[in-house]
Design a protein around this ligand. Structure first.
Ligand code: F3S
Length: 388
């Protein structure tokens, strides 16, 4: 891989040990994946932010680093809300370790925006090269915005953040962004009547598509549906980019390439079968973190109601701070609005036996990550279950 003089100097240790280590990570990644060079990135999003997922080893590694990030860099959700952790049954010991992780990232110059929806922070535009780590954010950036990022691991994203560059391979190259499988829905109209089912569709599609790039035809999801669809496909498959005919920005570039693609048909009854009834102890909404529109919709569905089961709504600090009225309405119902963290990377759900979610990604992850049984429903069904 070709490095410029400055990069060579970093690799030789001319700008300190941390930068040298970070450059070594990028060079190793570049060699493994056959990159010719490093390219500048517009922003980075770093995973490995919750003490629940990185533990003591991760914390020590972060504390051993001494440098500053070179581009705007934000964090994935951490393991607790920074201010109200003690209201949510988080232990002091966990909170102290989590705080140490926050401090370590702060020292590195990472912004304290702890969210899996960094695209709401206006961090990226069409064609930007990024180094993002959160799989649901990666698939959204690539597919919906038309930015370019591989699905980075935590150390790779942090290395790119500190150097301000990433190896040019994979989805940074247009040639690797073309679709390689067609996906259609049989009975899309039936599904539409159910409400927001794109998380469930993505849950099934991801299992079939695996690591390929799907081109969907005949669907017209809203923006938040695109988020749910991509997040679920990234969880049950390793999808980092999808196209939708007539909708996503790069679909038009590849519109003549659908001939000869393998076709996957998802049947409405497969999606319906996921929505099994089961008694639940708690309900969690906001995977990926709720958008402003979703927050407003939840607030209006809860208006004048009281929750009878614990209901948690997860979103980013930024979205919550700009939508006080919605937050207040949700809180008045007895539901908890939780910033900075989520149902998967925090210990919040671990005290329950069964949890209902409205997200294909959470449905896939909550059982293993929290040790609970999961039920999936539409957002409206989640709110009905929490309030009746
Ligand atoms: Fe975000 Fe947590 Fe879901 S990080 S995508 S809310 S699992």
């Amino acid at each position: 891989m070709q490095l410029d003089l400055e990069d060579e100097k970093i690799l030789q240790g001319g700008y300190g040990e941390t930068r040298q280590k970070m450059m070594e990570i990028l060079v190793a990644l570049g060699k493994v994946f056959g990159a010719d060079k490093l390219i500048p990135i517009a922003s980075a999003q770093v995973s490995g932010a919750s003490y629940k997922t990185i533990g003591e080893w991760g914390l020590r590694w972060l504390e051993s680093l001494h440098a500053k990030v070179a581009v705007p860099t934000v964090l994935n959700p951490i393991g607790m809300p920074r201010e109200t952790w003690d209201e949510l049954g988080i232990s002091r010991d966990f909170a102290e370790r989590q705080q140490a992780i926050i401090n370590a990232y702060r020292q590195l110059g990472v912004k304290m925006e702890c969210t899996c929806t960094p695209y709401y922070l206006q961090l990226t535009h069409y064609g930007d090269h990024l180094a993002w780590a959160e799989s649901s954010a990666v698939v959204y950036a690539n597919s919906v915005i038309g930015a370019r990022t591989n699905r980075e691991g935590g150390p790779g994203a942090l290395a790119a953040a500190i150097i301000g560059k990433t190896p040019e391979y994979g989805l940074h190259l247009l040639a690797n962004r073309k679709p390689d499988v067609m996906v259609t829905l049989d009975g899309a109209c039936t599904l539409k009547n159910r409400g927001d089912v794109y998380g469930a569709i993505g849950y099934i599609a991801g299992k079939r598509v695996e690591n390929r790039i799907p081109l969907f035809s005949g669907i017209r999801p809203r923006r938040d549906d695109l988020k749910a669809l991509g997040a679920a496909m990234a969880a049950t498959g390793t999808v980092s980019l999808f196209h939708i005919e007539g909708l996503t920005p790069e679909a038009r570039i590849f519109k003549f390439m659908r001939t000869g693609l393998e076709e996957i048909v998802i049947e409405a009854h497969e999606v319906d079968a996921l929505f099994q009834e089961m008694d639940v102890d708690a309900v969690a909404i906001g995977c990926p973190h709720c958008s402003a529109i979703e927050l407003e919709e939840i607030a209006s569905s809860l208006d004048g109601k009281k929750v009878k089961k614990p209901l948690f709504v997860f979103s980013s600090d930024r979205v919550l701070h700009t939508h006080h009225a919605a937050v207040e309405k949700i809180t008045r119902s007895g539901a908890k609005v939780v910033p900075d963290t989520c149902m998967v990377v925090s210990p919040i759900m671990e005290r329950y036996r069964t949890v209902m979610v409205d997200s294909g990604k959470a449905f896939a992850y909550v059982p293993d990550m929290c040790g609970v049984l999961a039920r999936i429903g539409t957002r409206k069904e989640c709110i009905r279950v929490a309030t009746s």
